[in-house]
Design a protein around this ligand. Structure first.
Ligand SMILES: [Zn+2]
Length: 326
């Protein structure tokens, strides 16, 4: 059964309206979105941990609840939903599967059980604006998540985020300090990389990823706001750190075998560096792994999104109470 048929079936079983166009869980087949006992309930296909196919349930309640209490209440009732993430306004449950989707009737049976325990641990929204508490029976999507949000608070949130975006643009970028921190971290990384490789007679490619993360974080700490120069700096310093770490490793090896001083060995290594590094025993791959680590930091420090996208729910494909073809 494809996702859309499955969602139609579940909509008929639960009475939750099916919206084909709303990607609450990121899936293009949409989701069921409705209100049960004053709580917002959404169900649909999505991705669980590790990108596994999953059926997801979103439960939303009045804000500022105790997440620990909600989780303790949901845990014994979650059934085959293994992953439960809870915050002050919502709980998300995911049931991953590998072959066939779980049966819609089974999921329909789980919902009332979850709602029953939710009632013991979190207050319902009861059709009130989640910000100011004024009556707002209509749901609206805020960045794809269903919520009750009155028009006044929608305007306020947009203005607040616009102001935050302006503040972000004003943040200073301290390239000099970023460079100093970055070079320091890169040198430490080289020493650790070369030293460990020499002592243990092997290299750990994931160690190179760590160096990338370490150098990246050091640059970010010094620089403040990450821009393109910062990203280039992180990439170059990481590659340099691992490359120089390789050089230290080769130099230590030469020093030991040829009984020369470390500096003489290092000079000899640097003079033939690319030949050694790109040889079958060379460490060129480790530089790539270092750049993966650098990439992780670059990705995690990208510009935050300051957009509040409000969208009306519109008309469902299957409305409440409709009896569809079986
Ligand atoms: Zn409001």
């Amino acid at each position: 059964m494809n996702n859309k048929e499955w969602l139609r079936q579940l909509s008929n079983l639960t009475g939750l309206p099916y919206y084909e166009g709303h990607k609450v869980f990121g899936d293009k087949s949409g989701a069921l979105i409705g209100i049960r006992d004053g709580y917002i309930v959404a169900v649909g296909p999505g991705k669980g941990e590790g990108g596994h196919a999953a059926i997801k349930i979103l439960l939303r309640y009045a804000k500022a609840q105790d997440p620990k209490r909600v989780k303790e209440a949901l845990d014994p009732a979650k059934g085959k939903f293994k992953q439960v993430t809870v915050d002050e306004t919502s709980a998300t449950l995911a049931r991953t599967y590998s072959l066939g989707k779980p049966d819609a009737p089974g999921i329909a049976e789980e919902l009332p059980k979850l709602l029953a325990v939710l009632k013991t641990s979190a207050s319902p929204i009861d059709g009130k604006c989640e910000e100011c508490g004024r009556a707002e029976p209509q749901m609206v999507l805020l960045n794809d998540i269903p919520t009750h949000y009155c028009s006044g608070c929608q305007v306020q949130l947009s203005q607040k985020l616009d102001a935050a975006a302006v503040e972000y643009e004003k943040l200073d970028t301290n390239l000099g300090l970023g460079l100093i921190y970055g070079i320091g971290a890169a040198l430490l990384g080289s020493l650790a990389w070369g030293g460990v490789a020499y002592l243990l007679h092997r290299i750990f490619l994931w160690g190179a990823i760590l160096i990338g993360v370490f150098v990246g974080k050091a640059v970010v700490m010094g620089i403040g706001k990450v821009n393109w120069s910062a990203r280039v700096m992180i990439g170059v310093l990481t590659a340099g750190s691992v490359a120089f770490g390789d050089a230290i490793f080769y130099a230590l090896t030469v020093m030991n075998q040829e009984h020369v001083t470390f500096m003489a060995a290092l000079n000899a290594v640097l003079a033939n560096y690319w030949k050694i590094e790109t040889s079958p025993d060379g460490g060129a791959v480790s530089i790539l792994f270092g750049l993966i680590g650098a990439g992780i930091v670059m990705y995690s420090t990208r510009k935050p999104s300051f957009k509040a996208r409000f969208a009306p729910l519109g008309t469902p494909a299957v409305a409440v109470g409709s009896i569809g073809p079986k």
